[in-house]
Design a protein around this ligand. Structure first.
Ligand code: PEP
Ligand code: MN
Length: 332
């Protein structure tokens, strides 16, 4: 269950009190919110109401507590410098190359993104490559280019971090930090990202269940960072035609299970340029809160993920169609 306390001090007092009462399963969360595990089936919630300093008691039977839909009761809207992600907001669109390759390349990508109405510019500077012999990214130089171009075009910026060093380099320069599929269960990385102010884009691991993804989100929130955006980017199945299988079930399922916004990634979710537009449409039709998509001024020349990267023309069409599909929804 979740105990919402009047302040941090009350939370501390109550945690100690519960410890004395023999409940040593107390976990300290953020901002006066304490999570107590393993008690929902054992203890009546009204026992906790009477403790001094307790504002609210939310019994939650699900394994995820702070990430569960029940903890908030509605869908969270994350506001990043005036742009809204989640809830009933317009689809949040992140576009850009898989990797930052040069100043000209990231500039042209930003221009295409901005001209067509994207909100954020993506670009990898630290690339988690399957082979050690492949391009590993431009590192700090790349981050500086992304940051500069993002400001020039008034686009939010998104980049992946891999470890403590890349967090320290990226956090001051880049708006949204991405946790990639390969690191979704790197719990030490998640704990470190709990300490930063930047919102986190948390990608689902390719063999991770919804529960695994929600536990990863729970790590971030419990360690201090409530601004978590989930991303379905495809999972491994027996199918070999596509790189991954974009699991569209994830969108409405996660919206039942959690209050956090969810984006889809039709680029990694398919691995094929020709499938990006149809699956972007499908993701928005399923109710996704937005899209992250790989674009490049010359997709065939992209140093990484060229086969799934779309060019300016397809992106223009994607943006138009995605907004039209979103507008067809009945607002409740
Ligand atoms: C990426 O966004 O370029 C990336 C590596 O994604 P994922 O972690 O989903 O494979
Ligand atoms: Mn990529």
């Amino acid at each position: 269950m979740i105990l919402e306390c009047v302040d941090k001090d009350a939370q501390y007092q109550i945690a100690n009190r519960l410890k004395r009462m023999g409940f040593d399963t107390t976990f300290h969360g953020t901002n006066g919110v304490a999570v107590i595990y393993g008690l929902d089936d054992l203890v009546r919630e009204d026992l906790f109401h009477v403790l001094p300093g307790v504002k609210r008691v939310i019994p939650i039977k699900e394994k995820q507590k702070l990430a569960s839909r029940k903890s908030v009761g509605r869908r969270t809207v994350i506001e990043i410098q005036g742009r809204k992600v989640g809830g009933n907001s317009d689809p949040f669109i992140i576009a850009g190359p898989c990797s930052i390759e040069s100043e000209e390349q990231i500039f042209s990508s930003a221009k295409i993104a901005k001209e067509n109405g994207a909100h954020a510019l993506r670009g990898g500077a630290f690339k988690p490559r399957t082979s050690p012999y492949e391009f590993q990214g431009m590192g700090l130089k790349g981050l500086e280019m992304l940051s500069k171009v993002g400001k020039e075009f008034d686009l939010l910026t998104v980049t992946e971090v891999l470890d403590l060093e890349s967090i320290h380099l990226a956090a001051p320069l880049i708006d949204i930090l991405q946790v990639g599929a390969r690191n979704m269960q790197n719990f030490e990385l998640l704990k470190q990202l709990g300490k930063v102010k930047n919102p986190i884009l948390l990608k689902r691991g390719f063999a991770a269940s919804y529960q695994d993804l929600l536990y990863a989100a729970e790590y971030l929130i419990a360690h201090g960072n409530p601004n978590v955006i989930l991303c379905e980017r495809g999972i491994r199945t027996f199918e070999t035609y596509t790189r991954n299988t974009l699991d569209l079930n994830a969108v409405p399922s996660l919206q039942e299970l959690t209050h956090l916004p969810i984006l889809i990634d039709p680029s990694h979710g398919t691995g094929r340029r020709s499938l990006v537009l149809p699956m972007a449409r499908a993701g928005i039709a399923a109710g996704a809160d937005g899209i992250i998509v790989e674009i490049h001024p010359n997709p065939d020349q992209a140093l990484t993920d060229a086969q799934q990267t779309i060019g300016p023309e397809v992106f223009r069409r994607l943006m138009k169609e995605v907004l039209a599909i979103h507008q067809a929804f009945i607002k409740e």
